[in-house]
Design a protein around this ligand. Sequence first.
Ligand SMILES: [Zn+2]
Length: 238
Amino acid sequence: MEQKRLLVVGAHSADFVWRAAGAIAKHTLGGGDARVVALSYGERGESGELWKEPGQTVENVKRHRHAEAEAAANEVGASFEGFDLGDYPLQITDEAIERLAELMRDYRPHIVLTHPDKDPFNPDHPVASTAVSRARLLTAGAVVEAGFRTAPPSEFLVFEPHQPELCGFVPSLFVDITEVFEQKKRAMGCMKAQSYLQQYYAERAEHRGNHARKVTGDKSIRQAEAFMRLVPNVVGAL
Ligand SMILES: [Zn+2]
């Protein structure tokens, strides 16, 4: 069977860790391949603790953030790539869309995962979401013969934002991450610039585990991550 490929795209280098590290770990544990792309390092807006060091520079913060994200991706069996487009504000050029679309045409992901398109607290997450959506459509075409190189259509999911109800996020999929929760905690532990989020997202995983238990009646589920499908899943039969 062909190896399943998961592409996760975040606005900032740590976004994937809080919201999808468990799902990525579970995917690679099952023999799948996973790639993480960060459109920026979150060097200005999401690296607060690094900026407390006297004499800190943008270049140094970016280096730190690259190393942290690479280590975290490593913990969950994924590769990491930074586009380094700048953050707060993240600005997406036509070249960046084309770079992302080229990556999708080459990698041919079965699943694309990114931010929801709405977030009243973050200037960059919706911008990333729109960019991923555009690149994905430029990759898939309209599922008819196209005048450009295409890849097969992928599943399209968004991961859970910080305050889901304010971002129009309603879960339609839970991934049981019980088996890989220690891996997720280690991945979160790599993100020293945002250590305050570790407890928050560990607690979120426990809550989502409770919800997933309710849905399934499966008492062995301890922790879960929530996702929302943007396109329906298709099955052969009910
Ligand atoms: Zn972010």
